[in-house]
Design a protein around this ligand. Sequence first.
Ligand code: SF4
Length: 90
Amino acid sequence: MPVEDVGDDRYEDAVRRAAAAARDAPEPATLKSHSTCAECPFYDHCWPLAVAERRIEVLGDVWTSVAQALHDLGLHTIEALAGVEAGGSA
Ligand code: SF4
């Protein structure tokens, strides 16, 4: 199926709108585990933010499936996880 040439003006307008949409969009909350992210070209963008936010995904034992299970329990940060462990052992 041939792609029709839309012309430079429409193309550049579409690029401007796409860039604005990406720039103004909130950062996705999705984060993979350390082993996946370490191989990703966006690591330098995502990982420092995850560390700063104390996300559970930065812990070496928290794989993607484990992270999802913890998220389902409402646990997203290292502090939240530590609180559950401290409370559970009492
Ligand atoms: S570094 Fe960011 S974009 Fe890459 S896999 Fe991890 S969360 Fe996804």
